[in-house]
Write a protein that binds this ligand. Structure first.
Ligand code: NAP
Ligand code: MG
Length: 490
């Protein structure tokens, strides 16, 4: 509600309460138990073991899923190899494309169900899973379906061949979207797949397995197996896999790099980030503040390219800080299924403990902490959006990936100073620049060592544009033509 004060300025009052607007769970059909999707069928794991997946917003069990061991991985790889040799590898590209289009359309038809399950299993606000994740998933399948029979135009004058069997391992922050980023280009280029979703968010990948089964995709072309880190390691170490595509932490990325050294497996690694979001004094400040908020609090900061370090030009620092604090107070933290919610649940207890650890490190380092005063639910894993000021370049909070709704704020005076500060981390995944001047955008985008740089916007994704990092943020690109090349022998 807005109030007009004596001197005629508008004062915003953020007490406005919205009535609850929860999305219905009726569309979300979740089985009590899921087996492994191998060779077109759901099969019991030879480990005979299952583990629970919970809703992080309520801590309630949603389902239990199979824990694949090395024998199960071997079965899945064999199915993928047979499918590659006997059907998929030989199929004319335009026939392959039809299956990928079919999968894209089926995802669109069941978009609501996918969104609700993504939100239940992972904790992200329904607004995001409904408006960002699931539409992008369908777009990825449509986009790569379009390329399947045009590969010779994508790579003119090159002899092209698929790699064979791809082992794909994905994290919990964009479960279905990461599955789409991996599966769609692999299928379009004629490879077959063994995919493992993260332990805490396996459900949408298993629902995708149901769609793949209904789409009549030949058995074994896509195999989806669940499990923890050991299952991922068994995929990485399997001798009959030709390519590893991994998205996850830099630590596990390093383990994978060591494991494949000396083999002829191809690898792409999409790892962590510590993005700088930079506001110049000539930027449209309200738009920039909105972009900063979106850049770090979107998906609870569980975003590899989250704008977790804010740099503000000194002359506008006070104004930006005041606007940020005001906006922070208006954010709604809580039930991820509620359409009003801006910040949902932290994905797991483990991740919440990790974020809290960093809040304590910040306090110990003597940084100034500012948190929103919003209420948070008693049950489930929630953290108030948090700002830190008075941050030194050497602070652990400015150097290490926190992967939560925590923003550090620093100041700068000149272009050169902010470029040096922004580049001074082990990561290089993404960055953001807010300014009115095209010349400044050009100067910074050419000097910042980051794979993706947004100007006057943030966290925008599109299947046609490549995504990937520099330095410890990994190597190889996903999306666009680059994403196709990563699954081909050229
Ligand atoms: P993670 O711990 O590295 O896990 C990623 C995946 O690897 C999970 O499926 C995990 O299984 C599996 N895994 C664990 N140990 C393994 C091993 N030794 N060998 C093979 N696989 C193994 O990462 P996370 O915590 O799930 O995800 C967050 C990280 O992902 C962040 O660092 C974020 O920046 C990064 N990320 C990067 C991008 C990008 O495009 N650059 C995109 C999204 C996320 P379990 O789940 O069972 O442990
Ligand atoms: Mg879960």
């Amino acid at each position: 509600m807005a109030k007009t004060t004596k001197n005629n300025t508008i004062k915003l009052n953020f007490d406005t309460k919205y009535a609850p607007a929860p999305e219905s769970k009726a569309s979300a059909k979740i089985d009590a138990k899921y087996d492994l999707f191998i060779n077109g069928k759901f099969e019991k794991p030879s480990s005979k073991k299952y583990f629970d997946t919970i809703n992080p917003a309520t801590e309630e069990k949603l389902s239990e899923v199979a824990d694949a061991n090395a024998a199960d991985v071997d079965k899945a790889v064999k199915a993928a190899r047979t499918a590659y040799d006997k059907t998929w590898g030989k199929m004319p590209a335009k026939e392959r494309a039809k299956y990928i289009y079919r999968i894209a359309r089926m995802i669109q038809e069941r978009a609501r169900e996918f969104s609700v399950i993504e939100t239940l299993d992972g904790g992200k606000p329904i607004r995001e899973s409904r408006d960002v994740d699931v539409p992008l998933v369908a777009n990825h399948f449509f986009y790569y379906a379009g390329w399947a029979d045009k590969l010779e135009y994508a790579f003119p004058n090159k002899k092209i061949a698929p790699l064979g069997v791809a082992g794909q391992i994905i994290p919990w922050n964009f479960p279905l979207l990461m599955a789409a980023w991996k599966i769609a280009p692999a299928l379009a280029t004629g490879n077959t797949v063994v995919l493992k979703p993260a332990e805490t968010t396996p459900l949408t990948a298993l629902k995708l397995a149901e769609i793949i089964q209904e789409s009549d995709l030949p058995p074994g072309v896509v195999n989806i197996i669940t499990g923890a880190g050991a299952t991922g390691a068994a995929i990485v170490n399997h001798p009959d896999i030709n390519k590893i595509a991994f998205t996850g932490s830099t630590n596990v990325g390093k383990i994978i790099q060591k494991a494949v050294a000396g083999t002829d497996k191809k690898v792409t690694l999409e790892l962590g980030g510590k993005a700088a979001n930079i506001i110049f004094d000539d930027a449209p400040l309200d738009q920039a503040v909105e972009g900063i908020i979106n850049g770090i609090f979107f998906n609870q900061g569980h975003v590899c390219c989250a704008g977790s370090r804010l740099f503000v030009q000194e002359s506008v620092y006070d104004t930006v800080l005041r606007k940020l604090k005001d906006r922070l107070e208006s954010l709604i933290v809580g039930d991820p299924l509620d359409k009003n919610t801006d910040i949902g649940a932290i994905n797991s207890k483990e991740q919440m403990d990790n974020i809290v650890k960093y809040l304590k490190i910040g306090e110990k380092e003597g940084l100034d902490m500012y948190q929103s005063s919003c209420p948070i639910p008693k049950k489930g894993f929630f953290i108030r959006p948090t700002l830190f000021t008075n941050v030194a370049q050497s602070s652990r909070l400015a150097q290490e990936e926190i992967f939560g709704p925590v923003l550090t704020i620093q100041t700068f005076r000149t272009d050169d100073e902010v470029i040096e500060k922004a580049n001074n981390t082990p990561f290089g995944l993404s960055a953001g620049v807010w300014t009115d001047k095209g010349s400044k955008i050009f100067n910074l985008t050419t000097k910042l060592r980051a794979g993706v740089i947004w100007a006057n916007t943030y966290n925008k994704f599109d299947p046609t544009s490549p995504f990937g990092g520099y330095k410890e943020s990994g190597y190889g690109r996903e999306g666009g033509l680059h994403g196709l090349g990563a699954y081909l022998n050229l």
